[in-house]
Design a protein around this ligand. Sequence first.
Ligand SMILES: [Zn+2]
Ligand SMILES: [Zn+2]
Ligand SMILES: [Zn+2]
Length: 314
Amino acid sequence: MQCRCGQQVYFNNDSCVHCGRLLAFDPHELAMQSEEAPGSGLPTCANRRTAVRCNWTPVPANEHGYCLSCAMSKTIPTLSKPKNHDRWRKLEAAKRRLILDLLLLGLPVDESRLQFHFKEDRRTNPDVSDYHVTTGHSSGAITINAAEADEVFREEMRQAMNEPWRTLLGHMRHESGHYYFTVLVTDENLAEVRGLFGDESQDYDAALRRHYENGPRADWSSTYISAYASSHPAEDWAECWAHYLHIRAVLQVAVDAGLLPDGNNWYERFIELVLSLNEIMRSLGLPDAYPFVLTEPVVRKIEMVHRVIAERAV
Ligand SMILES: [Zn+2]
Ligand SMILES: [Zn+2]
Ligand SMILES: [Zn+2]
């Protein structure tokens, strides 16, 4: 993406480092808008002026002047607590990345059906009514515990859950997988999806209880992308969906940056790139950027996610 002055700009930028023009990402055009002349102004989301510092263009019909992404937030953490400003900004930034993924894939993004609730619970705020807010999805409503935006809280959870990774964007991509299952998996492809992932209608609560009480099955890594994916077919789908979104996002950035030619063979291109990326991270003394192994059964499941999306993409 480029500013009007020719400077390369990035998805998170809100002004051009070269000419100072205001920038705003237009999710409908999937392009960055820049002011006609520096200081001439640009329509921007109402949350540009709040803690969110949103850099998207507003939906013309939105009565509050919000962009597509901000309009989908139905619950935000209480702003009387100073800490929540920073949390809210991080949550919205991750959500805009997710919405970008969905739009780039040509998926229907319906703000009346897909909604977000960023909630606190009593573990981090004694003034709220909820004792325990769990990140999850129910009928298009995605709930994220706002404390997940705190690095320390999230790292403690990551270690307690024995996960290689835990990010806000990962949560959002995972939960969106549960929602899009209800949108994209129909009578036409259900049998094929179940053939690979198993029957998602089997008892969810019992499966999760088993997973947390007994730990994951010993051989999970040969057929699942994560230990959690082995807990239930619906979680396997959501995990593969999240990884498909991770992979497509990484490839998109690499193509835009000229690091990789465009192409269809996502698996080969991603593996080549990610091995180098992990090595770059190690050279900096940092953990692997992508600490996962894509075994053949996992690739087949991610392929299925790819096909289901391609069949319904607009
Ligand atoms: Zn510029
Ligand atoms: Zn916005
Ligand atoms: Zn899930």
